[in-house]
Design a protein around this ligand. Structure first.
Ligand code: HEC
Length: 335
């Protein structure tokens, strides 16, 4: 770090010199429809409301005394990893639950954390296997007679063997390890596999994986994607119908973000020191020109990958980060 200090000082002095001579400027950010925004205690999403042309109804992801789904949504990788929310909160087996496109999260009050619903086991129990196999490319579970009477470690080993049949899915199954999560707890045990021709699918208890052999609109050839299991849980009413109904946000969207405010924050919170005066890059990468989604941006600022210091909520709020992003997008719009 010490070797960087002269560079920082240089940047700082350049910054202050320039700050005094550059006039304030204002460029409108992309004014296209606002589909998601900050609300007290979390975030509101309209993308999955299922109502064509409606940008007001949706689902909130919140932290409150009952559960901290917003914190855990971000921690688990946000929209990228879990998809958008597709339900309000509901009760499931004594847990507070919320469905996202890919998973259903259950809040565990004792652990003060979340785990994923065993949704594919539950769909089996609800008699949906035939439907899933025929209409949704989800293979049935094997019979697993070899598990009978065996201790847990042997059972786990039996099931993990199934992944050897598709190394790409095996790699996807284990990626949670990089985030410090146990892949077996996170995904559940692998239960079944089937080659449907264009796609190989592994069904685990909590998530299912598709390994595409051909190019599709949602996956390139060779890519592994996580099945939208939360959508299936919703479709097959594992999510109670009343929790599926989208609601109005507790507060309306208040604009994408304030560009002027964002520019000031970009400087005052120190982003400028590492990302450059016009975000062109420095110690940190350039932040201009990337069509970055807000949630991904937020996660980068809260939990950076390497050298960047993490910014806590008491240092810069979610809305302030949104303002900063609005400023950065305005830079890209105005070369
Ligand atoms: C001390 C230097 C430093 C400061 C201060 C800093 N960053 Fe970073 N930032 C980095 C570095 C270095 C990276 C590359 C990833 C890493 O090393 O963590 C990065 C990565 C990022 C990324 C991910 C970019 C990508 O292409 O993946 C974003 C977004 C980001 N920073 C935004 C910000 C914002 C917004 C602020 C101010 C609130 C800020 N950074 C403050 C150094 C910094």
């Amino acid at each position: 770090m010490t070797s960087r200090r002269p560079f920082l000082l240089l940047l700082l002095s350049v910054l202050f010199a320039l700050a005094t001579i550059t006039a304030p400027r204002r460029v409108e950010a992309d004014e296209s429809v606002i589909r998601d925004w900050v609300i007290p205690g979390g975030y509101f999403f309209t993308q999955t409301n299922g109502v064509e042309g409606n940008d007001e109804l949706g689902y909130a992801v919140l932290d409150d005394e009952e559960a901290e789904f917003w914190t855990w949504f971000k921690r688990l990788g946000g929209v990228q990893a879990l998809g958008y929310p597709v339900s309000q909160r509901f009760r499931h087996d004594g847990f507070v639950a919320q469905a996202f496109q890919k998973v259903v999260l259950l809040w565990d009050g004792q652990m003060q954390g979340v785990h994923l619903m065993n949704l594919f086991d539950e769909l089996s129990a609800a008699g949906a296997d035939q439907f899933l196999e025929t209409h949704r490319f989800i293979p049935m579970s094997r019979s697993w007679e070899e598990d009978t009477g065996e201790p847990w470690p042997v059972i786990v080993a039996n099931h993990l063997m199934l992944l050897e049949e598709d190394p790409a899915i095996k790699a996807a199954y284990y990626t949670e390890q990089e985030q410090g999560r146990d892949p077996i707890t996170f995904n559940g045990l692998p239960m079944g596999i089937r080659d449907y021709g264009d796609v190989v699918v592994v069904r685990a208890q909590r998530r299912a994986f598709q390994h595409w052999k051909i190019e599709t609109p949602w996956a390139s050839a060779g890519e592994v994607v996580v099945v939208n299991g939360g959508d299936l849980a919703k479709e097959l009413n594992l999510v109670p119908p009343e929790a599926q109904v989208p609601i109005s946000a507790p507060v309306p969207p208040f604009g994408f973000g304030d560009i002027t405010q964002g520019e000031a924050l970009y400087r005052s919170t120190g982003c400028v020191l590492c990302h450059g005066l016009k975000a062109e890059g420095g110690i940190g990468p350039s932040l201009v020109g990337s069509e970055i989604e807000f949630i991904a941006f937020l996660i980068s600022v809260r939990t950076p990958s390497d050298l960047m210091p993490p910014y806590r909520e008491d240092q810069v709020t979610d809305q302030e980060i949104r303002d900063i992003l609005a400023y950065l997008l305005s830079l890209a719009a105005d070369p």
